[in-house]
Write a protein that binds this ligand. Structure first.
Ligand code: FES
Length: 189
């Protein structure tokens, strides 16, 4: 079940039985996205629909969720798996409410990305790719997020956190803990 306190896309939820299915309102949004593309090119809506599905169904894409998205788009499941496994923004296993995606590409690396990752690992007592026991944080490293001038930085949900120092990182973790909500790329939709 989706966390009741989740932000963004609050209009989407699993149905009462907990099965993988968009509710009516979400399905309308999905159909709107599909209609943005010409007839026969509906597969192009896959990326945004996967974002919605990930936000809806616990922050990650299970096989059942990907099969469901395939059925909505009337494409093969393997076509969804191929896309979902290619992009780092899709999680193929359960993650914490806040996925801390630290950019590790050269400009960030030169400006302290490694130190930032080490600091997060120490503060949260987890390694990259792991989730804290309380289910709050997951650390990931990703490639350039297009914010090289404000390195080092990380993305959490739809928000960028830039020019990070240890002090700023402490404040960010405190704030995220206090909010205690699942962050999603769709938070600003
Ligand atoms: S290198 Fe980190 S945002 Fe571009």
């Amino acid at each position: 079940m989706m966390d009741n306190s989740s932000e963004g896309l609050t209009h989407v939820n699993q149905n009462n039985q907990g099965s993988i299915v968009f509710n009516e309102e979400t399905m309308q949004l999905v159909q709107k996205m599909i209609k943005r593309y010409p007839e026969g090119k509906h597969k192009s809506a896959l990326l945004p629909i996967l974002h919605i599905a990930q936000a809806e169904f616990g922050g990650w894409l299970s096989s059942a969720t990907m099969d469901y998205v395939a059925s909505v788009l009337n494409i093969k499941s393997v076509e969804v798996y191929e896309v979902a496994s290619f992009y780092s923004m899709y999680n193929l296993k359960p993650v914490g409410k806040c996925v801390l995606e630290v950019c590790r590409t050269v400009p960030c690396w030169l400006n302290g990305a490694e130190e930032l990752v080490s600091y997060l690992e120490k503060k949260l007592s987890i390694k990259v790719g792991e989730t804290t026991k309380d289910g709050m944080f997951t650390i990931k490293t990703v490639e350039c997020l297009g914010s090289c001038g404000t390195a080092p930085m990380l993305q959490c949900g739809a928000s960028y956190h830039e020019n990070l120092t240890n002090e700023k990182t402490d404040l960010l973790l405190e704030k995220l803990r206090a909010e205690n909500t699942r962050k999603s790329y769709t938070d600003n939709i």
